[in-house]
Design a protein around this ligand. Structure first.
Ligand SMILES: [Fe+2]
Ligand SMILES: [Fe+2]
Length: 279
């Protein structure tokens, strides 16, 4: 987290607590649409592959659990902080907007979000020795379940990809880009964090300091890490590399036949070396 020279250690900690609260709320928010899409996709497996059906049902169950997890974090935070904190986007409204796009685009977005949880944990949460152990645990175990979801996202995305025409795929790529832009808008939430902090930090901050705070807090938003996964030149290739890595992580996931070549055969060297990029 960025240090602000004009903030005391206590103020700096308070700001990080506000941002942590928002970070948890953002996840709770996007998981609403993810679960709705997973439930919809599960209908395709009502008959036939019961293992696929079970995997999606458990995926859905975990996303419901995660939403409750983040609601509890919000409740804990609200008990210890003054009123006035706001999360402006509403989960149902966001879900309806996202779900108005094609399944291909929605799955592309979902896969990147699930991968982003892992990426951001490793980049920003795990190495920070000053973070609350509870906060770290929440996002460690959240990421471990998300990494399994990423594998299912990929399977469903490939299944969706096989069913659509070239024209429909082109349109879906544009929709995916629109969704990434929309998510970036949601991630502007931390601007609210700086407002809330300024109103509750116990002293009057000058207009310049408030501006500096707002600009600095915006730089801390998770978007850069999200973009890092979304900007890769070959999404399916990159995702395959990530997912195989997720599969190999200590999440107890046993690989099943996915109809995909292992990442080591990928020709895009850049995405086959996730560990060399510090992931
Ligand atoms: Fe989740
Ligand atoms: Fe998930």
């Amino acid at each position: 987290m960025k240090e602000f020279a004009f903030l005391s250690d206590g103020e700096q900690r308070y700001l990080s607590q506000i941002q942590g609260r928002t970070y948890a709320n953002i996840f709770g928010l996007v998981e609403r649409y993810i679960n709705a899409k997973v439930l919809e996709l599960s209908q395709d497996h009502w008959f036939g592959d019961q293992t696929a059906l079970e995997a999606l049902v458990r995926f859905s169950d975990e996303e419901l659990k995660h939403q409750e997890l983040f609601r509890r974090i919000e409740k804990l935070a609200a008990e210890g902080m003054p009123p006035g904190y706001r999360v402006i986007p509403q989960p149902d409204a966001v879900a309806q907007a996202v779900l108005s796009k094609s399944t291909w685009a929605v799955l592309a977005l979902t896969l990147h979000i699930e991968l982003f949880t892992q990426l951001h944990y490793r980049q920003s949460i795990e190495p920070d020795e000053n973070l609350s152990p509870l906060f770290k645990d929440v996002f460690l175990f959240h990421w471990k379940e998300e990494s399994q979801h990423a594998i299912l996202d990929e399977l469903e995305w490939v299944r969706s990809d096989r069913k659509i025409s070239t024209e429909a795929r082109d349109k879906a790529v544009n929709e995916f880009i629109e969704l990434v832009v929309a998510v970036d808008g949601i991630l502007q939430l931390p601007a609210e964090d700086s407002r809330y902090f300024a109103e509750n930090c116990g002293r009057q901050l000058s207009a310049d300091k408030r501006k500096e705070l707002e600009a600095g807090v915006l730089l801390l938003r998770p978007a850069p890490a999200f973009h890092q996964s979304a900007d890769e030149p070959d999404h399916r290739c990159t995702d395959r590399a990530y997912s195989v890595r997720a599969r190999d992580a200590d999440v107890g996931f046993e690989p099943r036949e996915r109809g995909l070549k292992p990442a080591t055969t990928c020709t895009t060297k850049r995405c086959c070396e996730p560990r060399s990029r510090g992931l």
